[in-house]
Design a protein around this ligand. Sequence first.
Ligand SMILES: Cc1cc2nc3c(=O)[nH]c(=O)nc-3n(C[C@H](O)[C@H](O)[C@H](O)COP(=O)(O)OP(=O)(O)OC[C@H]3O[C@@H](n4cnc5c(N)ncnc54)[C@H](O)[C@@H]3O)c2cc1C
Length: 410
Amino acid sequence: MKDLLQVFGTHGFDKDEQEQNEMILELLDEICKKDIEPYAQEMDEIGCSFDVETGKVAYPPQTYKILKLLCENDLMGLAIPEKYDGIGLSFSLVNACYERISRADAGTSLLFGLQNSSSDVIEAFGKEEAKEYYLPKLAHGEKIGGLLFTEPGSGSDLGSLKTKAVDHGDHYIINGSKNFITNSGIADTFLFLASTDPEKGSRGLTAFILDSKDNPGFKISRLEEKLGLHSNATGEVILEDAVIPKSNVLGEIGKGFSVVLYELSAARIGIAAQSVGIADAAYRKAVNYVKTRKQFGKTIESFQVTQFKMADLFTKIHTARLAYIAAARMKDKKMDFAEYASIAKLYASEIAQEVTYEAIQMHGGYGYIREYDVERHYRDARITPIYEGTNEVQRIVISRAEMAKNYSQE
Ligand SMILES: Cc1cc2nc3c(=O)[nH]c(=O)nc-3n(C[C@H](O)[C@H](O)[C@H](O)COP(=O)(O)OP(=O)(O)OC[C@H]3O[C@@H](n4cnc5c(N)ncnc54)[C@H](O)[C@@H]3O)c2cc1C
C-alpha cells in the first residue's frame, strides 16, 4: 500500500485531510491485523444462526467484539457531519476503510459499509428531526444501518415491488415482505422503500427510515444459507402492520426511487472498494505461497508464467482501486458520480472473480482446502457482481450515460 500512498497521497485525499486520515487508517489497520483477520476463518466456520422460537439472530462472538471496537474508536461515523456527532470526514476515507476491513473479512465489512450508506442517505434526504435523532446514534454505533429494498419478486426491477405503506395521519402502516437483508439481527435503522400509491408503479414509491426497534410489526422470518459472507446474516423480513412515523420519510412522497438510486450509486463505490479488498487479500496470500512452494526443484515463483500472472493480477487490482478512488473523489467534490460508480463496481467486482480464482490456482490443491483460506475469498467475491445492482444493471447505467453523450459536437 505504501507505494500508492507515496505517488498519490493516501487515496488522493485533500492535503489538509491527509495526516488525520493516515492516522485513522493506521488505527484501523491495527484493528484489522489484531481483531478481524485472525478470526476471519473462525467467523466463516461458525457463521450466523437463527432461533425460530425467539426470532433472534446470533453472530459469531468475535463480530460483537469487532463492532464494539469500531464504535469505541469512532470509526462508524467517519463521514457523519460533526454537527450530528460524527467526525465529518470524506467519503474517500470511508471507502479506503471499507477496502481494509474487506481485506480482513468481507462479511464483517458490511456492518461498516451499510452504516455509512444509511447515514449518508439520511443526511442527504432526511427531515431535520430524523437527522437529529438518527445520525448521532449511528455515529456512536448505538444504531446500526441496513437496507430493506429487495423483495422475493422484485430485485433488479425495484419499481415492481409490492410492499405497501398506507397513510394513517401522523404515521404509515406497512405490510409486505423483504428478502436478502444484510446485517439482519444487528441492524435496526433501515433505509426502506415501499409503495404509497400502487397505481403509479415506480412513480408511487416512497423512501423511509424504518426503525425495527420497538416495532412489533417487523419480524425476521428466516436466514439464508449462502456460498460466502458467512460472518454476516442475510435474512428475510416480514412486515405486518409495522409503523413508520411521518418524520421518517426520506425525500418527497412518490419520489422514493430517486432516493434509492442515489443510495445505490454511492454504495456501488463501496462494493468496488470491498471487491478490491477481497482481491487484494487473495493476491497477497498467493504471493506469499508461490515464494515458498517448490516443484521441479524450484519455487513456483521462479516460473515465468507465475511472474506474468502476478503482474497482470496486480495491474488489475491497482486499476480497480484507482477506479473506486476516482468515483469517491467525484462524490466528495459533489460532481455527478453515478456512471463512474458503476464503472468502478463493474470492473472491481469482475477482477475480484479473476484474482480469487487465480489465487486458488496458484495454490494448487491446497487452494481448494479450507486451511489455506483463499477459498473463503473466492466464495466471498462471488456476491460482488450481484448485489447493489447486478453487473448487467451496471452495464445498463454506463451504456445509457455514454449514449446520452454527443462526442462529435464537442
Ligand atoms: C448476500 C446478499 C446480500 C444482499 N443484501 C441486500 C440488502 O441488504 N438489502 C437489499 O435490499 N437487497 C439485498 N440483496 C439483494 C440484491 O441486491 C439482489 O439480489 C440483486 O439486486 C439482484 O436481484 P435478484 O436477486 O432479484 O435478481 P434478478 O433481478 O431476478 O436478476 C436475475 C438475472 O437477470 C439479470 N437481469 C435482470 N434484469 C435485467 C435487464 N433489464 N437486462 C439484463 N439482465 C437483467 C440480472 O442481471 C441477473 O443476472 C442481497 C443479495 C444477496 C445475495
